[in-house]
Design a protein around this ligand. Sequence first.
Ligand SMILES: Nc1ncnc2c1ncn2[C@@H]1O[C@H](COP(=O)(O)OP(=O)(O)OP(=O)(O)O)[C@@H](O)[C@H]1O
Ligand SMILES: [Mg+2]
Length: 312
Amino acid sequence: MKMLVSPVANRDSHSPLSTPKADDLSMPTSAHAPATSPVDRLAAIANGDHVPSEVHPQMHLEPPVLEIKNFNLWYGSKQAIHGITMNIPNNKVTALVGPSGCGKSTLLRSVNRLNDLLNNVRIDGDMRLNGDSIYNSRMDVIDLRKRMGMVFQKPNPFPMSIYENVVYSLRIDGERNRGVLDQICEKSLRGAALWDEVKDRLTETALGLSGGQQQRLCIARAIAAEPEVLLLDEPCSALDPIATGKVEDLIQELRGTYSVLIVTHNMQQASRTSDFTAFMYLGRLIEYGPTTEIFTKPILKETEAYVTGRFG
Ligand SMILES: Nc1ncnc2c1ncn2[C@@H]1O[C@H](COP(=O)(O)OP(=O)(O)OP(=O)(O)O)[C@@H](O)[C@H]1O
Ligand SMILES: [Mg+2]
């Protein structure tokens, strides 16, 4: 993709980018820190200074499935997430990118409260899933995790048949009607672009599938539960290029139907598969906008340097 000249040098400080929204869950803009500022933001952040996120105006127009509001997280005394405010658009694919250790997995795990399983974690701020406060004491965590599908770096099929993997969440919910299970199994495997490869071996163990097939099976298992959001943490990092291509095709097919939040280290993958891209650094949201803008005309020179592979 051709990198255009960064608009950093000539951005009008009265542009819509600088217009804060009034409502409580609006995202921060750069009203107090024009992008023409000579400050090297990443150095300033490393220095411990507060630097606001650059959020492109379109992000304010997208209806959100997830709202993250001034979210902070500490592992013991070490702060890993610093005041992140961002909305994840409904039925779109959003990529989280940034150097290793910048907090991408931590943010993803915070969304479905997987970090609750660690006893040294402390958080503050708020997250909402379709308006429901994720960290509210009345939130049922089991129910919350059912509302989100999570797929990890390494495929983790259960040691059971392909069929039983896919219908696992329905079994847990007590669904016994074979017709219903069959229908959802086929629909989910088709949705995960795996049906044609496995339709004649549904009763065979899932552990006999290739890595790429296992990862698509995990996505099928997640889809079968009809989650409100699909969380993917580097889903292709253990896959070869062909399997990666199939999973990327699948993510593209999910666009418009599912809300997907995907962590990736692969800039081509982010640019190919996502509608929106968020660039994180040292636990902060640096820049967030439509993927085409982040990759072709980012507001910040730091974002441009990262997405073009000049650091990180
Ligand atoms: N369980 C934990 N206990 C203590 N610190 C942790 C824990 N998990 C992550 N961290 C720290 O939090 C920071 C963010 O880690 P995280 O795994 O979220 O980064 P990441 O962006 O996903 O990195 P990568 O791209 O390498 O997967 C890092 O400094 C990491 O060392
Ligand atoms: Mg990670």
